[in-house]
Design a protein around this ligand. Sequence first.
Ligand SMILES: Cc1cc2nc3c(=O)[nH]c(=O)nc-3n(C[C@H](O)[C@H](O)[C@H](O)COP(=O)(O)OP(=O)(O)OC[C@H]3O[C@@H](n4cnc5c(N)ncnc54)[C@H](O)[C@@H]3O)c2cc1C
Length: 346
Amino acid sequence: MKILICGAGIGGLYAGNILTQKGHEVVIIEKSGGNLERGFALIIWSNGFRMLEKIGKVDAVRAVGTPAPRSHTEDANGKTLVDIDFSDVGIEIRQIVARRDIRNILIKDLDIQWNTTIKKLYTKGDATNVIFNNGREEYFDLIVAADGIHSRLRSSMIPSIRSRSMGWHGWWFWTDPLVDYSDCIFSIDSDDKSGLVFPATDSTKACAYFIVRDASRTESGNSPDSVRKQFGGMGEAASRIMSHLHDQREIFLHKIETVIAPEWYRDSIVLLGDAAHAASPVSGIGASLAMEDGYVLAEELDSTNPLPAALKQYQKRRVLRAAAAQVEKTTREMRDFYKDFLDSPI
Ligand SMILES: Cc1cc2nc3c(=O)[nH]c(=O)nc-3n(C[C@H](O)[C@H](O)[C@H](O)COP(=O)(O)OP(=O)(O)OC[C@H]3O[C@@H](n4cnc5c(N)ncnc54)[C@H](O)[C@@H]3O)c2cc1C
């Protein structure tokens, strides 16, 4: 089958690997240039590692990741709310990796067409004709929309499915690890705010992520001072994390949105990853889920079913699992959720 994958994020790249390995002719386009930014750090759970094993890239990811076998949550006064040793509760968290590092590993062996987008597409018989922004024209049997939360392909396919604001703002930045919690996913929880810091890139750097749950009551600036002001009241650990903030260009503010797609395919276009089911980043599982999507899609395309039936089956296998990951949970509820979810069959 000749397949176009639109978007070289974690989902599109994983799908590119598995579909190529299964013998499909795959073209991947990406709107940005090939110079990857480091991006934030990603927790890759055991389900994500199982997917990486399937494409033979697990060792490479392990080599660039940092393990975090514990999770510690406290309130703004420094009182411990939850302290979890993942292995004690049967949760296998595998590693934390910088987004750029895992993308670089997934890109190896693939040919990506950078700075490329779809200008126009139309269906002709069983195939879809795609005209790219560089004027080139090509036919494909299937188009995978892996173009993220604001997927343009999704909008062209089913305009009614849109990303929805959660009314939350999130700021992420790289910082120095908290020495006493350097092997740990460390979080601070208060009624309307939370903060998270976890080690990445061989424990020499940590990635911090702070959230305000009612964005209408806060400033949305991303200067070090405005971030310190917003989260300064979250206790001594938060102040220590903030003390490394100096450069506004290294603080990234985003408005947190989600996507719930009731339909995952139409004709020969199919949604994958955040384009179908973006969850709040707090769930920390979107990348692993996007890889699972690619694996299940490849399995269904391998079946003897005609394309529409294969896509229907793909949607059926993915939709409830993605929805379960999207439900907001407290730290305690998350522990139970991960325990049940990560190792269940997909
Ligand atoms: C701050 C933050 C922290 C997170 N932490 C975690 C975590 O710890 N663990 C975890 O599992 N998940 C985490 N996530 C979620 C995770 O990043 C996403 O779920 C995952 O990256 C989704 O992958 P994707 O390939 O579907 O989309 P994306 O990674 O968004 O990739 C989409 C790609 O498509 C490209 N593109 C967009 N439009 C077009 C177009 N028109 N044409 C061509 N290309 C296009 C984009 O440039 C991009 O490269 C976090 C998210 C955020 C924001």
